[in-house]
Design a binder for this molecule. Structure first.
Ligand code: MTE
Length: 326
């Protein structure tokens, strides 16, 4: 007998009609935002067939700009800052933005625990409602790899979250943790990394006026690849301190050991304040490359935010100031 060749559709193959092309999805979303529906959840079919819900977020977007933080440099083009990203959960290249769309960012549970009056878990949207109105701030961002960008973030001062959490008198540090879900984030299958991503600040740093909990970028809700729905932004420190997609805030009296510190403490320390005069063991930190223009410009101590933060470190490490920049 001779059989007819049968063309089987592989189960991952999605019929064309089930896929919403990205430009249509984007236009619909932009239209909804323009029409003031940004807060409404919106079912979207992504290429690949997964049904996802677009970020149902607390707005409004764009939020009023806080004129105290204007960046001092030309804004980085939006498409550069949203397509050239570090998010090792989705791979070690910069080009992970498509892959990151798999992250479902609403609902998003956030745990606040450790040395606080009342540990709790709360949905990110409820948490944001409790923290008050959003604002926009333009900050310079300096990655330890020596690229830099200038970006408008939307969000709230991290100090508001600290106040909301009501830490006890013995709390000295704030430890933050990213989600753990290797099925969504393939980088987390690489078991030589100490997942989940962890970062930490002293409480004095966390309550400094500059420390920011960002929910949006360029006047719109945060995209997954930039750390939706909630990420830290600490612009006077190297970018790796600015942990993305936070699920847990723990108040503690022990200094947290961060993800990169655990991997290589000689190269990525706890303080990690920007300083052009303290080289990374493998490269100079004297200059930085601006995303977009590609221009090289001199790096500034504390990334130019010394007026706001230098005082945090006065008297620390009198015999070894370099420790602050490591
Ligand atoms: N947060 C998590 N969870 N995972 C990461 O890989 N990369 C860090 C930081 N936060 C990272 C992270 C690094 S090295 C930098 S420079 C910034 O995110 C980059 O932020 P951006 O991609 O939004 O520019």
């Amino acid at each position: 007998l001779k059989t007819m060749p049968v063309k089987l559709r592989k189960n991952w193959a999605v019929p064309e009609t089930a896929v919403t092309p990205e430009h249509i999805y984007m236009n619909r979303r932009q239209w909804l935002q323009a029409a003031g529906f940004a807060g409404a959840g919106l079912a979207v079919i992504f290429a690949g067939g997964a049904i996802n819900s677009a970020h149902a977020v607390i707005g409004p977007y764009p939020a009023p700009r806080n004129e105290a933080y204007v960046g001092g440099r030309a804004l980085t083009p939006e498409d550069e800052a949203t397509t050239y990203t570090n998010f090792y959960e989705f791979g070690s290249s910069k080009n992970i933005w498509r892959r990151a769309q798999k992250l479902t960012t609403s609902p998003w549970s956030v745990t606040i625990d450790g040395l606080v009056e009342k540990p709790q878990s709360i949905d990110a949207e409820d948490l944001l409602r409790q923290l008050g109105g959003l604002e926009e701030r333009i900050y310079r961002h300096r990655c330890v790899e020596a690229w830099a960008m200038t970006v408008p973030w939307t969000g709230v001062a991290l100090a508001r979250l600290v106040a909301f959490a009501r830490p006890t008198a013995s709390a000295k540090y704030l430890r933050m943790e990213t989600f753990l879900d290797p099925l969504v984030a393939p980088g987390q299958k690489q078991d030589w990394y100490p997942w989940p991503y962890v970062e930490g600040l002293t409480l004095a740093e966390a309550t400094n006026e500059l420390a920011f909990l960002a929910t949006g970028i360029y006047g719109k809700p945060m995209q997954a690849q930039n750390g939706a729905p909630l990420r830290l932004v600490v612009p006077w420190k190297y970018g790796f301190k600015s942990i993305k997609s936070i699920t847990r805030f723990t108040f503690t009296d022990q200094r947290p050991v961060s993800f990169w510190e655990q991997l290589n403490a000689k190269e990525y320390g706890f303080w990690a304040n920007v300083n052009p005069d303290v080289s990374h063991p493998r490269w100079s930190q004297a200059t930085e490359r601006l995303l977009g223009s590609g221009d090289r410009v001199p790096t500034q101590i504390f990334n130019g935010y010394g007026a706001e933060v230098a005082e945090l470190y006065s008297g620390m490490f009198p015999n070894d100031k370099r420790a602050l920049f490591h």
